[in-house]
Design a protein around this ligand. Structure first.
Ligand SMILES: Cc1ncc(COP(=O)(O)O)c(C=O)c1O
Length: 505
């Protein structure tokens, strides 16, 4: 018998009681029913090698049987090599059952979770879910970078977590306010008023798990299936996902250097129900919507009674000119729903964002939130974030990362100019966490991205942000989380890849 020194840590404590149902009227003896249950669970991968199993005493008690059948079952499982006893550490699923064997056996079991079908025989799901697969993958692949973590004040963050973790009150263990933790909403309202010229009070703020959830809740609240909705082309694939989930008919309105071309939107679908835009920093073209276009957009919405959903995902990071006011701040009719996030200014796994809702729509947004999902946002994170904001760490952190990103952006732009000038044309504002660079006409950006990734360079293809056909390919280069020392060599490698992808005449 192995000793406790050979014992690998258990994945779950031995005190768990497996869901075994015994049939006392069956002709199969109880010990056999128990051993077969464990054998199947191990082969199906439900119990993993090294997992501790309950003591015979505890299992017998839970199953309301004498210890004898449980002991006999365990002896049999040990003899057959499924269980391994450890002196001083109880009994475990045998370590020597190779994962591969379990998987092979699992694939043969007639188990609902193992059913895989060919694309041609896919089982029926909603058209909405089936239609979302491609774009969902593109979104995950294309858009998710990470923020710089080298300069994140992890010590302060841990201290604030500990402060709240030490005195967990009963209040915060319940569902909490579905709009979010009130002091956090107050801090967010102050921040948005001061830095984004958003006009709101805390009662209008709904805390979300990020901008994506904000877009989804907005779409589900404002849009009926088959309603026409303007979206930017190219645009953020997550917006497309949210609107598809709501059943909207997407109207792809082109974007130029001044933002969404309102006139084209009116020609294409004058009576659309809403427009989803990112006016402060268009994704992925990185331009700012001009004052004229903002006024045109608000004017159209006012005339036809449409809603505007403003995705303001990274406007903390502008490196030139004054901070921009939000569209919501110049809306006098309460037509703009403002969606924001802490993903870019803090870090993605925080999963905190917010919606600023026109006052008369708050209860409608709440109905959708309550009906479509749970409150989802951790109260503890909101408490920690409130202190991080109130004690000045947030504004200091933004100031610090703004300087870091500006330096990285400029290093990247300089390296592109020096090493790949004729091949990559940087476009968009001096802002954000990505550089967008257009490729020479005829170069397929997905081919460049594929080859770059093989060479260990993470870039994304502009074409994936189009639903229609892009006029020109481009690359989105993420600098927020890169080591500036690596930039020149990566740009040179990218240049060789682009040259290799140029059409041969
Ligand atoms: C334009 C844009 N909007 C929204 C989001 C979603 O952010 P969140 O992580 O808060 O859901 C992102 C994330 O990258 C984004 O780029």
């Amino acid at each position: 018998m192995a000793t406790s020194e050979d014992f690998a840590p258990a994945r779950l404590p031995a005190s768990f009681i497996p869901p075994i149902t015994l049939d006392t009227k069956s002709e199969t003896p109880l010990y056999r029913q128990i051993s077969v249950w464990f054998q199947r669970a191990i082969l199906a991968g439900q119990l993993q090698p090294g997992q501790r199993v309950p003591s015979t005493r505890a299992l017998a008690k839970a199953l309301r049987v004498s210890r004898i059948p449980v002991l006999s079952a365990y002896e049999l499982l040990i003899a057959e090599g499924y269980f391994q006893p450890f002196v001083g550490a109880g009994t475990c699923v045998s370590q020597s059952i190779p994962d591969a064997m379990c998987r092979a056996e699992r694939d043969n079991l007639p188990n609902a979770t193992s059913i895989e079908t060919e694309a041609s025989t896919r089982r029926a799901v909603s058209r909405r879910a089936a239609g979302m697969v491609g774009s969902a993958q593109a979104w995950l692949d294309q858009c998710r970078g990470c923020t710089d973590l080298d300069h994140f004040p992890i010590g302060i963050w841990s201290k604030l977590i500990n402060r709240h973790a030490r005195k967990i009150s009963r209040d915060i263990m319940g569902y909490g306010d579905p709009m979010g933790y009130e002091p956090f909403r107050e801090a967010v309202a102050e921040y948005l008023g001061a830095f984004r010229a958003v006009t709101c009070d805390p009662s209008q703020i709904m805390v979300t798990t990020g901008a994506q959830q904000g877009l989804l809740i907005s779409a589900l609240t404002l849009i009926d299936p088959k309603d026409e909705v303007w979206i930017e082309e190219p645009g953020y694939p997550g917006t497309q996902l949210a609107l598809q989930a709501a059943g909207a008919r997407l109207v792809l309105v082109p974007v130029d250097g001044e933002g969404l071309i309102v006139e084209r939107g009116i020609e294409m679908a004058k009576r659309a129900r809403a427009a989803f835009v990112a006016p402060s920093h268009q994704f992925p073209l990185r331009t700012t919507m001009s004052a004229t276009r903002r006024i045109e957009l608000l004017g159209w919405a006012s005339r036809v009674g449409a809603w505007i959903v403003e995705d303001d995902y990274d406007s903390e990071f502008r490196f030139c000119g004054n901070p921009l006011a939000s569209l919501q701040g110049i809306d006098t009719e309460g037509r703009v729903v403002y969606v924001g996030t802490l993903t870019k200014s803090m870090f993605p796994s925080l999963r905190l964002g917010y919606i600023v809702i026109p006052k008369d729509l708050v209860s409608d947004f709440l109905n959708i939130r309550n009906g479509s999902e749970t409150y989802a946002t951790s109260v503890l994170s909101q408490m920690v974030m409130t202190d991080f904001m109130r004690e000045g760490h947030f504004s200091r952190h933004i100031k610090r990362t703004r300087a870091v990103y500006m330096e990285r952006r400029r290093a990247l732009a300089a390296a592109i100019a020096a090493r790949a000038g004729g091949l990559l044309e940087v476009v968009g504002d001096d802002a954000g966490m990505f550089v967008l660079a257009l490729l020479p006409p005829g170069v397929d950006d997905t081919e460049v991205v594929g080859r770059a990734r093989q060479a260990g360079i993470k870039v994304s293809a502009l074409s994936q942000c189009y639903i229609g056909q892009p006029a020109r390919g481009g690359l989105q280069l993420d600098y927020a989380n890169c080591n500036p020392k690596d930039i020149p060599a990566k740009v040179s490698a990218l240049k060789s890849i682009i040259e290799a992808c140029r059409p041969k005449h």
